[in-house]
Design a protein around this ligand. Structure first.
Ligand SMILES: *[C@@H]1O[C@H](CO)[C@@H](O)[C@H](O)[C@H]1NC(C)=O
Ligand SMILES: *[C@@H]1O[C@H](CO)[C@@H](O)[C@H](O)[C@H]1NC(C)=O
Ligand SMILES: *[C@@H]1O[C@H](CO)[C@@H](O)[C@H](O)[C@H]1NC(C)=O
Ligand SMILES: *[C@@H]1O[C@H](CO)[C@@H](O)[C@H](O)[C@H]1NC(C)=O
Ligand SMILES: *[C@@H]1O[C@H](CO)[C@@H](O)[C@H](O)[C@H]1NC(C)=O
Length: 469
């Protein structure tokens, strides 16, 4: 090989001109000692780069997440929905004989007809000869269940402004009729000052004497209200969530709002499913549908407090079938497949109690409303729901490494170890392309230009020399 040939070698040209650090140093090294040093250092750099690159790519594809927790202070916070239920589904005062007979499997554990009820000590009334009309249990509950009115809810305050039972929307739950304050998602109330005078305060008369529940026939044994603070998108699941409030006390319910942002797979496990009966995917909504699905499958009817398309359950169905299936769903024996939503708002509560009413208030109520001295202590539930401070917690699941970070890490490692950039890749590609062309040319050219090979080589060499100058 002549020196001219050597100069033309694409490797040499590439090594001499590339912006990759080091390669040209091998060429221009002043002695073999330095040449060897350069070669070793370059090999070490390339292995370092390969190692870092593979470990970074492995990190990226392990889809790790980090959790970012922030406490944010604001001037105003959206107020949650507050749902209340009486721990009594039906008021005894509203029930006539025929209705007792209709509800008997539900309230008394077995079906009793009117003569049997009479023999059990019920007093006869005008419905003694009638039968229950064509009515669903849902309509029946609405008409005869717990209702709020100006008597039952004598006091309601939102901030300093009075509200009434009309500000509560009706909803069906396991406890029958329940009522939700601030249920309208599109027109949410906001709390703008912290502390308990700036939220909701309500008085409810639970009317203990009208309770029809009996623990020994499948009902509740408690007196009081069930209360749940929840997001407007979530249907209230009063049997498994919420706090219980007893009469004779004022409950101070301080609320803390937490917003979760979860990641979709492969980083996290969240998923927003399409639900059949609810617009927004939330865990309680998914559980409600799941309960409904299990009950419809086993009992062939849907209870009034769950969504569903099957025919409505009657009181007999509820006591013989629905309660048993519901128990098996709640205990986890029947499964629900409900993934965590990607965005969710949770309200946690901390409750403290004060006795209610004090002696002067009691005397005033006794005189003004004609109740007995102990009536309020046995029937009156007062509660306040409020943000103690105008702050909320935001918990976000973040990618430990996203595509941009991966690129900049690779860029950093390329710079640190081999002095390369994206543009250098083009250089390498150009070199490889020329090699491929040259390789192909070697096989083609000799056949076509065999005769003139020598002169051509010379001119080519001269031409290249001139061009390179
Ligand atoms: C119910 O029927 C009985 C006998 O059929 C009759 O004597 C009684 O007056 C009826 N009661 C009412 C309230 O209609
Ligand atoms: C009850 O009412 C439903 C519709 O409201 C009707 O389809 C059904 O035939 C009625 N049943 C009786 C026994 O009247
Ligand atoms: C309660 O309802 C009344 C009448 O609809 C309305 O004017 C008032 O703003 C409501 N109050 C709250 C706190 O929603
Ligand atoms: C539901 O009640 C109806 C009428 O009483 C009855 O025909 C049906 O068998 C009941 N279904 C179950 C699952 O108990
Ligand atoms: C529900 O149905 C399954 C079979 O479909 C049955 O084995 C199970 O006992 C039923 N459970 C209840 C509570 O009825």
């Amino acid at each position: 090989m002549s020196p001219e040939d050597e100069k033309e070698s694409p490797e040499k040209e590439f090594a001499g001109n590339t912006t990759l650090h080091g390669l040209n140093r091998i060429l221009i090294a002043p002695s073999n000692y330095f040449r060897v040093m350069w070669v070793l250092t370059i090999l070490a750099s390339y292995s370092g780069f390969t190692y870092m690159l593979s470990s970074m790519i492995m990190d990226y594809f392990s889809y790790d997440t980090i959790t970012d927790t922030k406490l944010k202070f604001t001037d105003a916070l959206p107020f949650p929905a507050v749902t209340i239920c009486n721990m009594n589904k039906f008021d005894s005062q509203k029930l006539k004989l025929v209705e007792w007979s209709y509800l008997s499997p539900y309230l008394m554990g077995a079906q009793y007809d009117i003569p049997t009820l009479l023999s059990m000590g019920f007093s006869p009334d005008e419905t003694i000869n009638s039968t229950i009309g064509n009515i669903t249990l849902q309509d029946f509950v609405f008409q005869n269940g717990f209702d709020v009115n100006s008597d039952r809810m004598a006091m309601c305050f939102w901030k300093a402004e009075a509200c009434t039972y009309l500000n509560f929307t009706h909803t069906y739950t396991f406890f029958g009729n329940c009522y939700t304050f601030n249920s309208d998602k599109s027109n949410t109330l906001w709390q703008t000052m912290e502390g308990w005078g700036n939220g909701l305060m309500v008085f409810v008369d639970v009317r203990e004497s009208e309770y029809t529940e009996n623990y020994f026939t499948g009902g509740n044994s408690e007196i009081g209200l069930k209360l749940l603070v929840h997001d407007q998108d979530e249907p209230p699941m009063m049997d498994t969530q919420g706090i219980a409030l007893s009469p004779g006390s004022h409950a101070f319910i301080s609320v803390q709002r937490t917003v979760y942002e979860n990641h979709v797979p492969p980083w996290g496990v969240c998923e927003d499913r399409q639900l059949e009966y609810y617009d927004t995917y939330t865990l309680p909504a998914c559980y409600q549908e799941c309960r409904s699905k299990h009950i419809v499958a086993n009992c062939s009817c849907v209870p009034f407090f769950l969504p569903g398309k099957a025919p409505p359950c009657n009181p007999g169905n509820i006591s013989t079938c629905v309660r048993a299936v519901l128990g098996r769903v709640v205990s986890g024996e029947l499964k629900c497949d409900c993934p965590v939503p990607c965005h969710l708002v949770k309200y946690s509560t901390s409750v403290s109690y004060a006795g209610w009413p004090n002696i002067n208030t009691r005397n005033y109520i006794t005189k003004t409303y004609g109740h007995t001295k102990d009536y309020m202590a046995e029937n009156g539930v007062v509660f306040s729901v409020f943000y103690e401070q105008l702050s909320y917690q935001k918990i976000r699941e973040l990618k430990a490494m996203d595509g941009g970070q991966l690129a900049s890490n690779i860029g950093g490692m390329m710079g640190l170890f081999i002095g390369a950039s994206l543009l250098t890749l083009l250089e390498v590609w150009e070199y490889l392309w020329q090699r491929v062309l040259g390789f192909l040319g070697k096989y083609r050219r000799p056949r076509v230009l065999q005769v003139h090979a020598a002169p051509h080589d010379k001119t080519e060499g001269m031409y290249n020399g001139a061009f390179n100058k």
